[in-house]
Design a protein around this ligand. Structure first.
Ligand code: TGC
Ligand code: FAD
Length: 406
């Protein structure tokens, strides 16, 4: 049992063994450095030991395995590509990518815990914060001592965050924050939130809101049938007094939160490959073992078509992510390229989960196999961090020069 004072976690270990084997059809491993492989293998081992034995149970019971925050910090999953000076990993973007891939191989919700902490709560402080803010927050967030969340979406403004109504008003050394954010990963257990709010001139600013500030509450959202091992909530602000020292000084406008989203969407482009790999691996093993009409179902042409198409799509997604990572390493990955990779790879993973479910027949709908859990999770991943269609329109705008949003 884990109890952090407000939330209790009681998921039992199940006896399931994680049989996952990675399949590398195009020798993509040769594109990775020894450091990338070390990081990947360490996270893969951690997922097998710590995530796989509990995740079906956690997901069925809709309980977030909060004790994993500590382990995620220990394996360097919080801000792997942020500088060591702030207690972070100091690795490159491909290392960050393979870490996200392995975490999502375990579960999209576990990857979400890391994405939000590293890319959406720590990254804005690193990118837009003062040196004082960086030193105050980043080392403790990298070590998992402080958990953060990211508040952009509102009840009436999801795909169109520019319409947000959450606002700050000047009041001496402080600002007064009012409004509400919706669908916020980790909010009910977070110690702090990066909140995007409009100032009196209508310009969007990033504000660090701390748990315990009067008027700040984080009600949990219940009844999710997807991403069940991740905890989601609201952020509600009723005349919350926030010191001006908590405002991120170095950004104004929507490019603030959207830059953080670029970082996180990049991680999801890799993460989704992990979920797809898990579904493919399970489907391949099952189809070799399961016999119908006197032979393994893997011997039927229709099953082989499914498996062949799965590994083809996984390979294409791996190459897309690797190329994007190479561009990101030299600061050349554009938001539109990131949108294309997030959209393609998440959709690819969802299609593979659906095909894998078919290969498992009736067993595919049970928690004996990871397929349904991945499939349900990926429905969220297709929607958050910009929906499938929003990313299509971003690509459309890039290739035509015409803006379909305005
Ligand atoms: P637009 O006029 O296009 O842009 C406003 C300013 O932002 C700049 N910009 C970006 N900067 C960095 N990275 C990006 N990806 C950027 N995209 C745009 C842009 O250059 C401009 O800068 P400036 O200097 O001219 O002011 O903005 P718009 O209002 O037309 O909106 C465009 C649109 C629809 C693409 C955008 O609003 C959007 O991406 N909407 C989707 C919203 C979204 O993704 N929400 C995600 C919420 S967080 C979340 O889901 C976390 S889940 C975490 C987990 O659990 O893993
Ligand atoms: P809407 O914007 O209402 O969209 C509904 C549908 O309309 C979609 O299909 C969309 O593609 C379509 N649509 C909208 N505009 C257009 C258009 N111009 N053209 C064509 N189609 C359009 N947000 C955060 O800020 N922080 C978080 O930590 C976070 N975590 C999340 C965790 C979960 C489990 C979930 C489900 C969501 C989370 N989100 C978070 C919110 C998420 O980013 C939003 O759900 C997402 O951006 C979509 O917004 P919406 O749900 O309001 O849908």
């Amino acid at each position: 049992m884990y109890d952090n004072g407000t939330h209790v976690y009681t998921v039992e270990k199940s006896v399931k063994t994680d049989l996952f084997e990675s399949h590398d059809h195009y020798n993509v491993d040769e594109l990775l450095s020894d450091d990338h492989k070390l990081a990947r293998d360490a996270v893969r081992d951690w997922v097998k030991a710590e995530v796989s034995p509990i995740i079906e149970d956690a997901s069925e019971k809709a309980q977030c395995p909060l004790h994993l925050f500590k382990g995620l910090a220990e394996i360097g999953a919080f801000g792997p590509s942020l500088p060591e000076k702030y207690g972070c990993g100091g690795m490159d973007e491909i290392a960050y990518g393979v870490i996200m891939q392995e975490l999502e191989r375990g579960d999209s919700g576990i990857r979400s815990m890391a994405s939000v902490q590293g890319s959406l709560a720590m990254y804005p402080i690193y990118r837009f914060g003062s040196e004082e803010q960086k030193m105050k927050w980043l080392p403790k967030m990298a070590s998992g001592e402080i958990i953060g969340c990211f508040g952009l979406t509102e009840p009436d403004h999801g795909s169109n965050p520019a319409g947000m109504t959450t606002n700050i008003k000047d009041d001496g050394d402080s600002v007064i924050l009012n409004g509400a954010k919706m669908w916020i990963t980790n909010s009910p257990v977070a110690d702090m939130a990066i909140v995007w709010a409009k100032n009196e001139e209508g310009r969007i600013k990033g504000v660090i809101v701390e748990r315990g500030m009067k008027g700040f509450t984080t009600p949990e959202i219940h009844g999710k049938l997807s991403l069940r091992a991740s905890i989601t909530g609201e952020l509600v602000f009723e005349d919350v007094r926030v010191p001006k020292a908590n405002i991120l000084p170095n950004v104004e406008g929507l490019k603030g939160p959207l830059s953080c989203l670029s970082k996180a969407r990049y991680g999801i482009a890799w993460g989704a490959i992990g979920a797809a790999m898990d579904c493919y691996d399970s489907a391949l093993r099952y189809s070799m073992q399961r016999e119908q009409f006197g032979r393994p179902i893997a011997g039927f042409q229709l099953t082989q078509k499914k498996l062949a198409e799965m590994i083809t799509e996984i390979t294409k997604a791996q190459l897309l992510a690797w190329r994007l990572g190479s561009l990101a390493n030299v600061g050349k990955a554009t938001p539109a390229q990131i949108s294309m990779a997030k959209r393609n790879n998440v959709n690819m993973a969802l299609e593979i989960a659906r095909e894998a479910r078919q290969i498992h027949g009736g067993m595919g709908i049970t928690s004996e196999y990871p397929i349904m859990r991945h499939m349900m999770n990926l429905e969220t991943v297709l929607t958050y961090e910009g929906t499938h269609d929003i990313h299509l329109l971003i690509t459309g705008m890039e290739v035509t020069g015409l803006n379909a949003f305005k």
